[in-house]
Design a protein around this ligand. Sequence first.
Ligand SMILES: Cc1cc2nc3c(=O)[nH]c(=O)nc-3n(C[C@H](O)[C@H](O)[C@H](O)COP(=O)(O)O)c2cc1C
Ligand code: SF4
Ligand code: SF4
Length: 298
Amino acid sequence: MNRNIVYVFTGTGNSLKVAKDIAAALGDCDIVSMGSDTQYEAAGGHETIGFVLPTYYRGEPGKVAEFIGNLNLEHNKNAYYYTVVTAGKYDGNTLCHIKKLLKRKGITLNYGKMLDMFSNYVVSYDMRDTVKEETKKSEIDFEPILKSIKNRESNQIPGIELLQEIAYRALIPLIPEMDKYYSVSDDCIKCGICEKVCPVGNIGLDDTGRPYFNHHCEQCMACIQFCPKRSINYKDRTQNRRRYTHPDIKYTDLAMLNGKVDPKIVFGSKPFSPDKKKSGSSIVAKLMAKAIWKIYGL
Ligand SMILES: Cc1cc2nc3c(=O)[nH]c(=O)nc-3n(C[C@H](O)[C@H](O)[C@H](O)COP(=O)(O)O)c2cc1C
Ligand code: SF4
Ligand code: SF4
């Protein structure tokens, strides 16, 4: 067992890049996907435990909340805990959510920071052509964060902002089924990359090798952004938009993280359950979600 562990969730590689840099700086460090349903038991004796994740709608991805909720940290009460949230610019309540998720387990989040990185949500806007400049800036901004983690510093985590919280709570239950708006064009060459990069095993391949979606999507954008033929699209929004993945992260890095390098190994995937209950069922909640949905342009 390594002395350090960093849990990561990523779609386009920003958070994985951060997790890798932290692991390299700390040394003796495992990187584990929070898309996994099989890694909830943390062995005791870790000196540092980190959570690196993107912001979705000003909060954490639903799968991250589920993962931390299920994670057994009983044998690691004395570790140094930190989180780095990567975001386009506005991480909203994400840091505070992570703090609260850990607090429920009797654990104090010692340190948490947002890192401004390239904004990847191609469903809502085109990808900027400033990848090089923005990547460089993120690297510079990350230096003091990495230093603080290495020195095991503590900081104050901001509190909850109510309006952001309402928007997040309204939108997050709708996300798993948003893949019903995905299409796969005839340009698909059945390479299987989309299935490998999906962090939550939401993509299956039919007998011909063509992908289909299982409605427990996290909207991470990995399939849309990594498809070499740009075959996967959201409604009619993304066909003419540019694609983005972190320049230092290849699809094979995500495949490795997701345990999909050997096709016989399937980590991080969840069997499709057609009976899965929908959440957020009250009429008021649905109307509110629809309004916020429109504001976000979805
Ligand atoms: C579904 C979704 C929602 C997002 N919401 C926000 C947001 O509320 N605020 C923000 O600053 N960035 C937002 N982003 C941008 C990502 O947080 C950002 O690009 C992140 O670094 C992506 O990390 P990854 O490459 O590890 O997936 C969103 C991205 C996605 C896919
Ligand atoms: S990544 Fe693109 S080309 Fe490859 S199987 Fe998926 S949809 Fe088809
Ligand atoms: S189906 Fe695509 S967008 Fe949804 S979780 Fe998987 S890779 Fe991400």
